[in-house]
Design a protein around this ligand. Structure first.
Ligand code: FES
Length: 146
């Protein structure tokens, strides 16, 4: 019996996963904007806010609040209106290894996928969407740093 072959382009996919796993802080920004109340966004929820010319999606994942630009680099769709799910690491044809549970955002237009936490694309190790620091202040406000 022959061994099963891995899926296509395993090096490219592995590189994308390696980037998605890397702990890299968002670019340094200093302007703090109140994006609403934290209680408005339960775990699993999201809120899209407008800050000047920027549309930003604030997601409440199991790991906390995360903010990502609401713009797909492919053809400009409102990325943050896409579905949130996990994905699978590459492996043998019949092997399914779950990865990035609950933190993969799929563009509603053509399905490009991004890690909500890092903004990195899973389709290509060079793809990325801006992410923003987000926290909850003592008054329960969601603060996004842009
Ligand atoms: S516009 Fe997002 S995948 Fe095409």
């Amino acid at each position: 019996m022959s061994a099963e072959k891995p899926c296509a382009n395993p090096k490219t996919i592995d590189a994308a996963f390696a980037m998605a796993d890397a702990a890299e802080p968002p670019r340094k920004r200093t302007r703090e904007v109140v994006a609403g109340r934290a209680e408005e966004v339960p775990v699993g929820g999201r809120k899209i806010v407008q800050v000047d010319h920027l549309s930003i999606g604030v997601f409440h994942l199991e790991s906390g609040f995360h903010a990502i630009r609401n713009f797909c680099p492919h053809q400009g769709a409102e990325l943050c209106k896409g579905t949130v799910h996990g994905t699978y690491r590459p492996g043998a044809v019949t092997e399914f290894v779950p990865a990035l549970p609950g933190r993969v955002l799929r563009c509603p237009w053509h399905g490009w996928e991004f890690d909500i936490v890092t903004g990195k694309g899973l389709y290509d190790d060079r793809g990325r969407v801006s992410t923003y620091e987000v926290r909850v202040n003592d008054a329960g406000d969601l603060i996004v740093v842009v």
